[in-house]
Design a protein around this ligand. Structure first.
Ligand code: ARG
Length: 460
């Protein structure tokens, strides 16, 4: 039986009922719906809008429904229109007239706006915990590998020497920003729309501050039209999640490259790799590939939300029912990806010898060679030219800057001396880059400790 039967002469067409229904995806908000209703009923009782004893009965009835849902004694009716309708109907079946009073001074429009906020607020907590854990794992790995020299790349061409720890800490920075975006999204969504009614508030003397505080919100929303039709909080969270997925995806791309025989910078643990059904030698980084692939669907979720909202006049429109599948998918996907990604990262084996070998080829110390000449008084532009010619000479003669005899150096410029070999040694190049934000091992350790201390503070 539908809520709106008074005005109608017929039941909704069966197929259309399925089309119209959201129960298949909004029943995950059962707990939030009940929590919200308990707060609403408590407030109605306290303000004298309904009888206090009846309010108590409603709260007890709702608690019973929650307990039965959680124990499995009560199953959600798949034919119900949505979770709000189902719970109200169940309450009424249990309590009779008292159950019918719950919806006084409320609409499903403010109810759904409340439920989604409550649900996503909880999800934000979970995701923040996971991203914080990821940052901690990164810091731990970065400290272990603070001195492992590897090539830094631009255009995927070997560019300048860095340390593996420094590379990992670059991701720690990205995930720290993701963390702060999730915190922002959670903070901004933490306002209570209950009392906005269908769109125009209500004539009942509600205490909106009370419901807001009972539900742990920072306060009530301040415009009834906005209260029911704002989905910024979904778009904002989806956007924070999509950015985080993009970071995970870039990282995944690197992990995939690093696992290849062409790089072999790392090896993933067997527990986080897969084999091939035909090629016995294969060990595939499927988890990283899936994370990269799933980023596409999360970007899609964000696009869905933005596009769904862009043409909607105030206030509620049924289009908004589409918000849930998109934002839930984004939340679930990031959650799943992090659940697999974090232990994969934690257990990966790093192969520093291969990184160093790659760093020893490709002239990544050419900038340092130029800087050596600058140190001897040559202007940088001239030093750059001389070094460029040296590199070209080495390539033509199958040499590296490390193996090139001093006479050849001197032929290119008289300022070169024996100490050039020391100046262009990889360790010297990396250790010398200790400017704030640079890759020197001591920097990496300091930065990792700084971030770990920040994470400890967040925990406290
Ligand atoms: N299932 C609906 C949604 O998710 C609940 C709100 C229904 N309100 C309405 N006026 N039809 O948006």
């Amino acid at each position: 039986m539908k809520l709106w039967t008074g005005r109608f002469h017929k039941e909704l067409d069966k197929t259309t009922n399925d089309f119209n229904s959201s129960i298949s995806f909004d029943s995950r908000m059962a707990r939030e719906d009940i929590t919200g209703s308990i707060a609403h009923a408590t407030m109605l009782g306290s303000c004298g809008v309904i009888d206090k004893a009846e309010a108590d009965a409603i709260c007890k009835g709702l608690e019973g429904i929650l307990a039965d849902l959680e124990s499995g004694a009560l199953a959600i009716d798949p034919n119900a229109e949505d979770i709000h309708t189902f719970i109200e109907a169940e309450l009424t079946a249990r309590l009779g007239d008292s159950g019918k009073r719950l919806h006084t001074a409320r609409s499903r429009n403010d109810q759904v706006a409340l439920d989604v906020r409550l649900y996503l607020r909880g999800q934000c907590e979970t995701l923040r915990g996971q991203v914080a854990e990821l940052v901690r794992v990164l810091c731990k790995q970065a400290k272990e590998h603070s001195g492992d020299v590897m090539p830094g790349y631009t255009h995927l061409q070997r560019a300048q020497p860095i340390t593996f720890g420094h590379h990992l800490m670059a991701y720690a920075e990205m995930f720290l920003r993701d963390l702060s975006r999730l915190e922002d999204a959670q903070r901004r969504m933490n306002v209570c729309p209950l009392g906005s009614g269908a769109l125009a508030g209500t004539t009942y003397p509600l205490d909106r501050e009370m419901t807001a505080s009972l539900l742990g919100f920072d306060g009530p929303t301040h415009n009834s039209l906005d209260g029911v039709s704002d989905r910024d909080f979904c778009m904002e969270l989806a956007s924070a999640i999509a950015i985080c997925m993009v970071h995970l995806s870039r990282f995944s791309e690197e992990i995939i490259l690093w696992c290849s025989w062409e790089f072999k910078f790392i090896e993933l643990d067997d527990a986080f790799s897969t084999g091939s059904s035909i090629m016995p030698q294969k060990k595939n980084p499927d988890i990283a590939e899936l994370v990269r692939g799933k980023t596409g669907r999360v970007v899609g979720d964000l696009t869905t939300l933005l596009t769904m909202m862009k043409g909607l006049p105030l206030a509620y429109n049924k289009d908004m029912q589409e918000d849930k599948e998109a934002i839930f998918d984004a939340v679930d996907t990031l959650h799943m990806c992090l659940t697999a990604f974090i232990p994969m990262l934690d257990t990966m084996r790093v192969l520093p010898e291969n990184m160093r070998k790659a760093a020893a080829r490709g002239f990544i110390n050419a900038t340092d060679c130029a800087d050596y000449l600058v140190g001897k008084g040559l202007p940088f532009r001239d030093a750059y030219k001389v070094t460029g010619a040296l590199v070209a000479y080495c390539i033509d003669h199958d040499q590296t800057l490390e193996t090139l005899p001093l006479e050849q150096y001197k032929e290119h410029h008289e300022l070169f001396d024996q100490d050039v070999y020391e100046a262009i040694s990889l360790d010297r190049c990396v250790n010398g880059r200790k400017v704030l934000g640079g890759p020197a091992p001591e920097n990496v350790r300091r930065e990792a400790d700084r971030v770990l201390a920040m994470m400890e503070e967040k925990k406290a």
